[in-house]
Design a binder for this molecule. Structure first.
Ligand code: PEP
Ligand code: MN
Length: 264
């Protein structure tokens, strides 16, 4: 179902209000790693909207490496995201980690994110496959392209055709970056599949200094969008501050993308 053999045209995910993923334009998803409090999420939402992003990200259920790290605000975080959507008109995306929270997350969000750690959680993939809601499936950190596409196949086979893929970097021997952002997967997947592909240069590199260049590279290789972590004060962020852009840097990125887009 993911393959071009089964579909003539590229899949376009229509979120309403003119927001479409996969329709030739570059979709920008931006926001904090985690929703921390009302002030933080409202401030970021206003900033990313003004800079031109169309979708706000923010984790309410966080897959943290350590059980002692901040685990997310749960439903309170989902409510804050929905309130930020009301205020700004941005669409929202947030991660679903467990079938247990499926109805809750589905109730609030416009797109369900399946994280890297859950790419091969087949019961979870089948469960979101029964929904009528766009799902963004992140590549497992050790997944081949084939495994990633077969994970998408699980969702589609269960009935949900609204799948977006997200390249977020893979584990390699390289120690200098958190992950190795595999940008070759973008044109490769697009040759194999009609599904849109988003690039996450934040988790893909783990360094805010690399987010701007790798976002531009993603645009150059034909990505359908980017997802970028932005925080009003990255140094005070409860998670992933080291890979989050501050508002000025995000603004710069958006300006540079606009210039680059006009030349492609
Ligand atoms: C995220 O985008 O919030 C996240 C946890 O990323 P990943 O699943 O790619 O590690
Ligand atoms: Mn993060």
């Amino acid at each position: 179902l993911t393959s071009w053999k089964h579909k003539e045209n590229k899949t376009v995910i229509d979120l309403g209000d003119g927001v479409k993923i996969g329709d030739q334009s570059l979709t920008v998803i931006a926001g904090p790693c985690a929703v921390e409090n009302e002030e933080q999420i409202f401030e970021i939402a206003k900033i990313v909207k003004a800079a031109g992003a169309e979708i706000l990200r923010g984790g309410a259920f966080k897959p943290r490496t350590s059980p002692y790290s901040f685990q997310g605000l749960g439903e309170k975080g989902l409510k804050l995201l929905a309130a930020a959507r009301e205020k700004t008109g941005l669409k929202i995306i947030t991660e679903l980690m467990d079938v247990e929270h499926l109805e809750l997350v589905n109730h609030y969000t416009d797109i369900i994110q399946i994280g890297s750690r859950n790419m091969d959680n087949y019961p979870l993939l089948k469960a979101v496959g029964k929904l009528d809601k766009p799902v963004m499936l992140k590549r497992g950190m050790a997944a081949t392209i084939k495994e990633w596409l077969l994970a998408a196949e699980y969702i589609m086979e269960a009935g949900n055709q609204k799948v977006i893929l997200c390249e977020r970097g893979i584990r390699t021997f390289s120690q200098e970056t958190r992950n190795t952002l595999d940008l070759s997967s973008v044109p490769l997947v697009q040759q194999l599949s009609h599904l849109p592909v988003i690039v996450d240069p934040s988790h893909g590199t783990g360094r805010w200094q690399l987010v701007k260049p790798m976002s531009k590279a993603a645009l150059a290789v034909g990505a359908d969008g980017i997802m970028v972590e932005v925080h009003p004060q990255p140094d005070d962020s409860v998670s992933d501050g080291f890979q989050s852009l501050n508002p000025n840097k995000f603004w710069e990125l958006m300006q540079e993308i606009k210039v680059l887009q006009s030349t492609l």
